[in-house]
Design a protein around this ligand. Structure first.
Ligand SMILES: Nc1ncnc2c1ncn2[C@@H]1O[C@H](COP(=O)(O)OP(=O)(O)OP(=O)(O)O)[C@@H](O)[C@H]1O
Ligand SMILES: [Mg+2]
Length: 229
C-alpha cells in the first residue's frame, strides 16, 4: 500500500435483509482515498452513499470484501478494536446529525474529541462555533436549534476531534447556499491545513465539483470518477 493512501476498499459488498430477500446496497466497491484528499460521492437517493460511508467508518460490517486503513484490515478487527480505532481516526457528520439530546451544544461539540482523549480548550470550541455562526447557541439544547444549526454543531463536533478521515453525509443538506459555502471552505481548510481526508456524500453538484475527485455511485456500484487535481 503506497504511503499516501489512507484508506482502501476492495470488492466491498453490503447486503441488507429486505423481507424474505436481500437487497444489495453496495456491490463490489473498490475505492482508494489518499491522505489530504477531498473526495465527493454523488448519486441518486438510494444509490448507496450512506451505506458506503457507514461501511468505511466501521458502523456496519460488510457482507464481503475488505477495508484497509493505514495498511490495517479494518473489517477483521474485533468489535472493541474497531470502536477504539474509529474514535481515534474517523469522524462522522451524519445525515441526521446525531447530536446527543441530553447534552447542550457546547458539550455536544466537545464530545468526540473527549471520547478520543484529544485535548481541546473552551476557546477552540468558541472559535469553531463562531466560524459556523452558532456561537450564541452553545448553552442551548439540540432540540432548541433549527435543523441547519444542529447540522453545524455536528460539523463542529467532528472537526474538533481532528480525525484522519472525515466521513460527511450531506453536510450541507440542511443549509442555505451561504452556510453551505462556508462549510465547504471549512472542509477545504481542514484538508489543506491538517492533511485531513474527507469523503463527502452530497446531492449538490456545485459543491461536488469543487472537490479533488468526484465519485459517481449507482445501484451500489462506482460507475465513474472525475479527478480535478
Ligand atoms: N438498514 C437497512 N436495512 C435495509 N435496507 C437498507 C438499510 N439501509 C439502507 N438500505 C437500503 O440500501 C440502499 C442504499 O441506501 P443508502 O441509505 O445507502 O442510500 P443513499 O445513497 O445514502 O440515499 P440518500 O441520498 O437518500 O441518502 C437503499 O435501497 C436503502 O433502502
Ligand atoms: Mg444517504
Amino acid at each position: 500500500m503506497s504511503d499516501d493512501i489512507l484508506a482502501e476498499t476492495r470488492s466491498l459488498t453490503v447486503d441488507f435483509l429486505n423481507g424474505p430477500d436481500f437487497l444489495r446496497a453496495l456491490d463490489g466497491v473498490d475505492l482508494t482515498i489518499h491522505k489530504g484528499e477531498f473526495v465527493s460521492l454523488v448519486g441518486v437517493s438510494g444509490s448507496g452513499k450512506t451505506t458506503l460511508l457507514n461501511a468505511i467508518g466501521g458502523l456496519i460490517v460488510p457482507t464481503s470484501g475488505s477495508i484497509i486503513f493505514n495498511s490495517i484490515r479494518f473489517d477483521s478487527m474485533s468489535e472493541e478494536e474497531r470502536t477504539i480505532f474509529r474514535r481515534n481516526h474517523i469522524g462522522f457528520i451524519f445525515q441526521n446529525f446525531n447530536l446527543i439530546p441530553s447534552l447542550n451544544i457546547f458539550q455536544n461539540i466537545c464530545f468526540s474529541a473527549q471520547l478520543s482523549q484529544k485535548p481541546i480548550t473552551a476557546q477552540q470550541v468558541e472559535k469553531i462555533a463562531q466560524q459556523l455562526g452558532i456561537e450564541d447557541k452553545l448553552s442551548r439544547m439540540p432540540a432548541e436549534l433549527s435543523g441547519g444549526q444542529q447540522q453545524r454543531a455536528a460539523i463542529a463536533r467532528a472537526m474538533l476531534a481532528r480525525p484522519s478521515l472525515l466521513l460527511a453525509d450531506e453536510p450541507t443538506g440542511s443549509l442555505d447556499s451561504l452556510n453551505g459555502k462556508s462549510i465547504m471552505q471549512l472542509l477545504r481548510k481542514a484538508v489543506s491545513e491538517n492533511n485531513m481526508s474527507v469523503l463527502m456524500a452530497t446531492h449538490n453538484e456545485e459543491f461536488a465539483s469543487q472537490t479533488d475527485r468526484m465519485i459517481h455511485i449507482e445501484d451500489g456500484k462506482i460507475i465513474a470518477e472525475e479527478s480535478r487535481k
